[in-house]
Every structure is written in structure tokens, then in C-alpha cells.
Design a protein around this ligand. Structure first.
Ligand SMILES: [Zn+2]
Length: 460
């Protein structure tokens, strides 16, 4: 028998009050599950690019995958609960390496919104859409983030995506864009540095806190912001690598991307969308093979413009109407020019051997927001030439590898049982990642209806 809190409540009306109290204390909290569970009949997408296991079976015990294979090749343990997933597809939860958590309030955007509660809310939105791990990059205050990670590792926030963060570094009054900088400067979330010596000292202080990564911005925002000079980012990269830390670099122009890749950054953020890549850059990429998150969707037409509840269900109706009024008509010539460069540059980056990883840049504006932006971004990869299987790897195994998460990213024995149950296979049509029938974290089914009910209350 699959025991879960809601069914229990429904069957035993006498106990309904007690159940309601639990539900109110923990909306969306994963449903309780004891003993092994045997999931059977689904098509299993492992996440490593291998052929799917049709008519598969999976044993989950203590939140981990204990066995996986073709149905018939593995046995249900004695006393296991059975979950029939015939006609469903199961894939690993997604891993997003680039968002900006904490500031979005949907009807407001500010540093005042940055509370542990709001961080949790954003991570629950990520989980709701099947994202098992989420990394906020360069915009979250360091000490508060360390505390959040510790709380989550202690077992709090079971309905949230696993939280990862890294500090940012920029010249004084430089770095984040015009929106984000209002939040990061109020919270002093970015380490402001002017000299190589300051840069090395800042990286050393991060290393003593056991941080694994740092973000830099190399951009003058068309002459309006100070750009980090090479002697400073060279010092950051050198010092970070001495401490086995990785450097993520924001760079949007061909010249800046060349500069940071040549300097040895580990993760490149953004796609060049205003000129064609040249052979010099492609040779450099072939040599360095950085991880790359293009975060294209933020510049695309918002999915909120189309009448698809998959995207709008988690947004307040007022926010949806505002987006539709303001954001849905972009000049066709601008769109076409940008698209021409993206269509040219994306496949060239991939052919040059960069290691594509899922990132969205969500958190700057509700027009491209937590959890659903991932599904837009993945579909873009396929539209620009990847196979669905390659897109899945870029959204699961490879970002988990980048973040050093050993127990997420694929469906395999010993991994955390974090997976998405889909009504149709994304290998047939990548947009089927949106056909979410259920999300499991640590082997427990997320109560997506309860989360949605909370968001509906907040928005109205
Ligand atoms: Zn960003």
C-alpha cells in the first residue's frame, strides 16, 4: 500500500482535523513514506544519454534508488509498496546552475523581499517544476546562504529544491545589471574589489568558508558600469584555482568571452547574441572546453504571453496581466537579428566542445521565472539543434557533475530518489518535460497541489 497523507485524510474523516493541522504547518511537504517502494512499468530515462529503459522498474528504499532495470529483471522487495507507472516516463530531476534567488516578490522586487522564507518559496517553485537542485549565482548574501544550506542539510525544507550558492565579485558599483544591483548593493551581496590584492584576499576569505565557486562580471554595460580589468580577474582565477574553487564569468560580447575563456574561467555565462563567433574564439573553446550556460530565455518572448497555464499557474493573475501588457510585443527586426546570431552561435559553441549546462537567470523578472524557465530553456536547446537526449543530459547529469552533487543527476543505484514522472516522453518531444504527473524528492512525492494552493492564496 502506498501510504500518503492526503489519502489517509480522505479515508479517515474522523482524523481530518489532525491531518489539516499537519497540512497547514507544512504545505507542500513531501508525503510520508516508509518501507521500500517498487515503481514499475515506466519508461526510464537515466540522464546519461544512454537508451531509455522501456517498461522499467525501480526500487526506492530510505530515499535512495536501491535497484533499477527492466521490469522482470529486478524483484519487488517483500512488503514493498507498489506504484504502477505504466505509460509514464521517469527522468531525473533537473539541475539549474544559474538563477538569482530571493529578491522576487511577484508584485514587488527588492532587497526587503530577501528573507529565508522567500528563498524557501523560490526553491519550492523550482521543486514544483521538477528541479532538484538550484544554484543562485553571485547575488545572495554569503553568511545567510551558508546558514540556509546548513538548515537544509539538517533536514529542514523537505519540499525545496537543493540550494547551492556562490558569492559574486565586481568593481565598486559594477557587476550586476541595473535591476539586480539594487538588491545586491543593499544587501552587500557582492564582494567589491579594485585591485589584484583585494581580489586575492576576498577569494581567500571565501575559501576559509569552504565555498566552491565564485562569480565575476566582465561587462561595462555599454559604458555605464566599470569593467573588471584583466589584472583583477586574472588574480581571482589564479587564487580560486589554488583553492580548488571554480570561477563563473558573466560575459556577453565576443571580445569579453574570448578574454575570460583565455584567462581560464571554468563556467561561461551567456551567449553572444549580437555578432558571429570567429575561428579564433572557436579554437580557444576547443582548447579550454569550459562549462557553458547560455541563459537565452531571458531575452526571448515570455511564455506568459501565450495562454499556457503550465507557465502562469504559479504567478499572481495581476503579474500575468502586467507581463501581457508590457512584454509581449518586441520589434520583429530586433527579435530576428538576435535569433540569427543565436542560431549561428549556439551550434558552433556545442561543436567546439563546450560543456552545456542548464541555467536560466531567473529571478530578475517574473516574465521568466523560477522552475518553468528551465522547461523553456531545454526546449530551446533542441530547437537549436541538440537531440532531446542531449538536452536532457545538459539538464541533469552534467550540471550535477559541475556542482559536485554525487547523488543527483542520473537514475542509478545509490542515487537519491529525486525524479520527475511525466505523462509523455521528452525523447519524443522535448516539450513533454512539461507534462509533469509527479515530482519525487528523496523518494517522497512532493505535494504539488498544496504548494499551488498556497501560491494561489498569496496572489489573490
Ligand atoms: Zn545571472
Amino acid at each position: 500500500m502506498v501510504s500518503n497523507q492526503q489519502e489517509f485524510c480522505a479515508r479517515r474523516l474522523a482524523a481530518v482535523l489532525g491531518c489539516l493541522v499537519v497540512a497547514l504547518l507544512s504545505p507542500g511537504m513531501a508525503k510520508s513514506q516508509t518501507g521500500p517502494v517498487f515503481f514499475e512499468g515506466a519508461r526510464l530515462i537515466v540522464g546519461d544519454g544512454s537508451a531509455p529503459i522501456n517498461n522499467g522498474a525501480m526500487v526506492v528504499r530510505d530515499g535512495r534508488i536501491a535497484a533499477i532495470g527492466r521490469k522482470g529483471s529486478i524483484q519487488a522487495p517483500a512488503g514493498a509498496a507498489r506504484v504502477d507507472l505504466t505509460d509514464k516516463t521517469v527522468m531525473p530531476t533537473l539541475v539549474n546552475v544559474h538563477v538569482h534567488i530571493g529578491y522576487e516578490g511577484y508584485t514587488s522586487w527588492s532587497a526587503q523581499n530577501y528573507t529565508p522564507q522567500n528563498v524557501l518559496d523560490h526553491l519550492e517553485r523550482e521543486a514544483f517544476y521538477g528541479v532538484g537542485a538550484t544554484q543562485t549565482v553571485g547575488s545572495s548574501p554569503t553568511d545567510a546562504s551558508i546558514r540556509f544550506v546548513q538548515d537544509q542539510e539538517a533536514g529542514r525544507f523537505p519540499s525545496a529544491s537543493r540550494f547551492f550558492f556562490m558569492p559574486g565579485m565586481a568593481p565598486p558599483n559594477g557587476g550586476p545589471d541595473a535591476i539586480l544591483i539594487k538588491g545586491t548593493s543593499a544587501l552587500q551581496a557582492v564582494y567589491e574589489i579594485s585591485t589584484p590584492e583585494q581580489a586575492r584576499a576576498a577569494v581567500q576569505s571565501m575559501a576559509t568558508k569552504k565555498l566552491k565557486s565564485v562569480k565575476i562580471w566582465v561587462d561595462d554595460r555599454r559604458g555605464t558600469y566599470p569593467k573588471m580589468p584583466p589584472e583583477v580577474y586574472n588574480a581571482i582565477i589564479d587564487e580560486a584555482h589554488k583553492h580548488q574553487m571554480m570561477v563563473n564569468a558573466h560575459a556577453t560580447t565576443l571580445a569579453d568571452q574570448k578574454a575570460v575563456v583565455r584567462a581560464g574561467i571554468d563556467v561561461l555565462v551567456h551567449i553572444v547574441a549580437n555578432e558571429k563567433l570567429d575561428d579564433e574564439y572557436l579554437a580557444l573553446l576547443r582548447e579550454k572546453k569550459p562549462y557553458w550556460t547560455p541563459v537565452m530565455g531571458l531575452g526571448d518572448r515570455s511564455d506568459v504571453c501565450d495562454d499556457d497555464p503550465f507557465f502562469t499557474q504559479t504567478l499572481p493573475p495581476r503579474t500575468v496581466s502586467e507581463i501581457r501588457e508590457k512584454e509581449c510585443s518586441q520589434p520583429a527586426a530586433t527579435v530576428a537579428a538576435r535569433e540569427k546570431f543565436i542560431a549561428n552561435n549556439f551550434p558552433k559553441m556545442i561543436d567546439a566542445g563546450v560543456r552545456l549546462v542548464l541555467g536560466t537567470d531567473a529571478g530578475i523578472t517574473p516574465r521568466y521565472s523560477f522552475g518553468w524557465a528551465e522547461h523553456h530553456e531545454i526546449a530551446r536547446y533542441v530547437q537549436l539543434g541538440l537531440t532531446p537526449s542531449q538536452a536532457v543530459v545538459a539538464a541533469t547529469q552534467r550540471p550535477a557533475e559541475l556542482l559536485g552533487i554525487r547523488d543527483l543527476g542520473t537514475l542509478a543505484v545509490g542515487k537519491s530518489a529525486d525524479f520527475i514522472v511525466l505523462d509523455a516522453s521528452p525523447l519524443d518531444d522535448i516539450r513533454n518535460t512539461r507534462q509533469i504527473a509527479g515530482v519525487y524528492l528523496h523518494g517522497k512525492k512532493l505535494d504539488r497541489d498544496a504548494l499551488l494552493a498556497e501560491w494561489k492564496k498569496l496572489g489573490n
